[in-house]
Ligand binder design. Structure first.
Ligand code: NAD
Ligand code: WQD
Length: 361
């Protein structure tokens, strides 16, 4: 049942063809929002005919997504989109996110992530749009000083460039909301997003090299890679492997819908929330659950710790529960089953040739 409040409100989703963005668009459409998505296909499949991921989103929801192939670094393009549509709120997913690449190409990351955000904020302001939900990351906390991590944990002691772009943007948003009270912003710090839409129609299909655990493990299970390298088995954790707070991407999507509701209901200035389950899961545990629910084998190879990795990190999600009314619903089993369904239904990802669209503007 669409919520009355959401009816006819137009939300601009940047990075909408990406992994988390596409799943969030499903939830937004099902809640009753109108969605305009933009993406430059830096890390998503697509071409001038549009995004196969968003085609699938239309298939799942039976609703239309207006899509623009546009780059946040091209301010005029963004301006034109705001001229055409009355955007009430923006969810800003668009960013580059590969930690390793960010260390080798810092300027690329600072330019794309910081300048992209700046351009967007300026265009929003000039169109009297002051409602923003921003994709931040647990990476802003660095090595935890306590667990579970609450939002008041210090940020900024980060060991990678990607993470610093998130930190700098959060600082920018603080300054902005302090200077101009028209802004109403929520920064969501995601823990480790995994899983896929239960239909198996959409999932994670990056065009850049990826190194995250779940997609790598699935490639091994499919036989596309020989073994999963476990980075470090000598951590001071119960089984010696790294511990993370894996969260189903559909739970994340619901967190954005909750955040939107909050910023359209009341004036909050700037708020920050963790989106995690509150549960730490080790590499070995995740592999064990994945093998059990999928019936696939994941051969392991043990290696040294990965440079820059932290030992253990999980969220205290209490604040999001109390203030946004949001809690995670999906289990680790469902994260694995849903990711596997997507992988086995689409072993080569999305169709690379875009089908004839009718939603491209
Ligand atoms: P993703 O790469 O799948 O999605 C990001 C999308 O933004 C891509 O489709 C990419 O093509 C697009 N994009 C990048 N630069 C752009 C630009 N200049 N103009 C237009 N489009 C651009 O990544 P994701 O996992 O869906 O992540 C979404 C957001 O969440 C990112 O901001 C990411 O940093 C953040 N985040 C991700 C994780 C994670 O582990 N996946 C964790 C915490 C935070
Ligand atoms: C998870 C665990 C690895 C791959 C990254 C970003 C972070 C955030 C989330 C965006 C760790 C281990 C992994 C492998 C392994 N993204 N691992 N073998 O490092 O927690 O965080 O994604 O904001 O900023 O840094 O996620 O999936 O890479 O690793 O043993 O082949 O799996 O050591 O313990 P991470 P991950």
């Amino acid at each position: 049942e669409p919520s009355d409040m959401a009816q006819f409100k137009t939300i601009l989703v940047t990075g909408g063809a990406g992994y988390i963005g596409s799943h969030c668009v499903v939830d937004l459409l099902e809640t009753g929002y109108e969605v305009i998505a933009i993406d430059n296909f830096a890390n998503a499949v697509g071409d001038d005919d549009g995004s196969p991921a968003l085609r699938r989103v239309e298939q799942i929801t039976g609703k239309k997504v207006v899509f623009y192939r546009a780059d946040l670094l091209n301010k005029e393009q963004i301006n034109d989109i705001f001229d055409k549509h009355r955007v009430e709120c923006v969810i800003h997913f668009a960013a580059l996110k590969a930690v390793g690449e960010s260390m080798m190409q810092p300027l690329l990351y600072y330019q794309n992530n910081l300048l992209g955000m700046l351009n967007l904020l300026e265009v929003m302001r000039s169109h009297n749009c002051f409602q923003l939900v921003f994709s931040s990351s647990c990476t802003v906390y660095g090595e935890p000083e306590w667990l579970p991590i609450t939002e008041v944990h210090p940020t900024g002691k980060i060991t990678n460039v990607y993470g610093r772009t998130k930190y700098f943007i959060e600082e920018m948003l603080k300054d902005l909301s302090a200077a101009d009270e028209r802004w109403n912003v929520i920064s969501l710090r995601y823990f480790n997003p995994v899983g896929a839409h239960p239909s198996g129609l959409i999932g994670e299909d990056p065009t850049k090299e990826f190194t995250n655990l779940m997609p790598f493990m699935a490639q091994v299970a499919l036989g596309k890679k020989p073994a999963l390298t476990v980075f470090g088995s000598d951590y001071p954790t119960p089984d010696g492997t790294g511990v993370r707070d894996y969260i189903h991407v559909m739970d994340l999507a619901a967190g954005h819908v909750a955040a939107l509701r909050m910023i359209s209901e009341k004036h909050i200035g700037l708020k920050v929330y963790n989106l995690g389950t509150g549960r730490g899961v080790s590499v070995k545990e995740l592999v064990t659950v994945f093998e059990r629910v999928t019936g696939a084998k994941v051969p392991l190879k043990y290696e040294a710790r990965r440079h820059g990795d932290i030992t253990a990190m999980w969220a205290d999600p209490t604040l999001a529960k109390e203030e946004l009314g949001w809690t995670s619903q999906y289990t680790v089993e469902e994260m694995c089953t849903d990711f596997w369904r997507w992988q086995t239904m689409n072993p080569d990802g999305y169709p690379k040739k875009a089908m004839k669209p009718n939603h491209i503007v």
